[in-house]
Design a protein around this ligand. Structure first.
Ligand SMILES: NC(=O)c1ccc[n+]([C@@H]2O[C@H](COP(=O)([O-])OP(=O)(O)OC[C@H]3O[C@@H](n4cnc5c(N)ncnc54)[C@H](OP(=O)(O)O)[C@@H]3O)[C@@H](O)[C@H]2O)c1
Length: 270
């Protein structure tokens, strides 16, 4: 991570998040952690949340060491009462939530749809869609009352493609894009923006099985114009942009960050 920018160098920047409060789910590692660290670096006070408080505390300690402001909160996104408590505590401590990043998600199943259990289906749809729906509905009204807010949902390029192995995960990620559009329409009058980021394959624990399986990694790299998979920090910049002044006229959209995977691949290498 680069050094924390001084307030003077941030002032007037399109990416200045000074004075803003950001809540990020699933921020103890991976993409959520990178977003939390980068938002703090750009001046936001960040709530680092996941199921494991100690893992969040470690991220918070790192942010504070670099001069940022952060607090850790345990929050299981599948529990409505956890989400409500996080919103309540953040609002009481820091006065409100200006930026909400719905990042945590699950994928307990890889295989054909015909063999997916109802339990696995419910877990995917409930964690990846319903939890985001709950949390956004808890936060959007206070943003609209203040006349400003940015909601960012971490979707996936899976939400743009049919899949014979990750079908319901892809369904949930397409639903997240629709959720952002609905929120954009429902809360735009209160100056609340809602957008998604759709990453391609990123080197995190979540996708470990994909990038640790040599033939899968090789196939992905071959079909990716930039010839590599991504790093968590390569998603964070877009989140900072969407949260700050640079993103203030953007809503209801999805930014794809995938090394060009959806753009196509070279047939010359086939
Ligand atoms: N990595 C990729 O290739 C990729 C590609 C496209 C999209 N995405 C999306 O990017 C987002 C982040 O994934 P990642 O790759 O950064 O994953 P990751 O490195 O495995 O991190 C997942 C984070 O979510 C937390 N988490 C998991 N279940 C949770 C729950 N029920 N409640 C609260 N927190 C929970 C984890 O912490 P605890 O274990 O402490 O709870 C951790 O902080 C997800 O929405 C994923 O679908 C990832």
């Amino acid at each position: 991570m680069s050094q924390t920018a001084s307030p003077a160098s941030r002032a007037g920047s399109l990416f200045d998040l000074s004075g803003k409060v950001a809540v990020i789910t699933g921020a103890s590692r991976g993409i959520g952690r990178a977003i939390a660290e980068r938002m703090a670096e750009h001046g936001a006070r960040v709530v680092v949340s996941s199921r494991k408080l100690d893992a969040c505390e470690t991220v918070v300690a790192g942010i504070r060491e670099r001069g940022g402001e952060a607090m850790a909160m345990a929050c299981h996104i599948g529990r409505k009462e956890d989400l409500a408590a996080m919103v309540e505590r953040t609002t009481q401590t820091w006065g409100g939530i200006d930026i909400l990043v719905c990042n945590a998600a699950v994928n307990p199943y890889y295989g054909p749809s015909t063999e997916m259990s109802d339990e696995a289906y419910d877990r995917v749809m409930n964690s990846n869609v319903r939890s985001n729906f709950w949390l956004c509905n808890m936060v959007a009204p206070q943003m609209a009352r203040r006349g400003d807010g940015a909601i960012i949902i971490i979707s996936s390029i899976g939400g743009y493609q049919g899949s014979d192995r990750l079908g319901v995960y892809a369904l949930s990620k397409a639903a997240d894009m629709q959720l952002a559009r609905n929120l954009a329409v429902e809360w735009g009058g209160g100056n609340v923006r809602a957008n998604c980021i759709a990453p391609g394959l990123i080197k995190t624990d979540f996708a470990r099985q994909l990038w640790e399986t040599p033939w899968l990694l090789e196939r992905t790299v071959k079909h990716t114009p930039l010839k590599r998979i991504g790093e968590p920090d390569e998603i964070a910049g877009a989140a900072v942009m969407l949260a700050g002044p640079a993103g203030r006229f953007m809503t209801g959209q999805t930014i794809v960050i995938d090394g060009g995977r959806l753009a196509g691949f070279s047939r010359a290498e086939e």
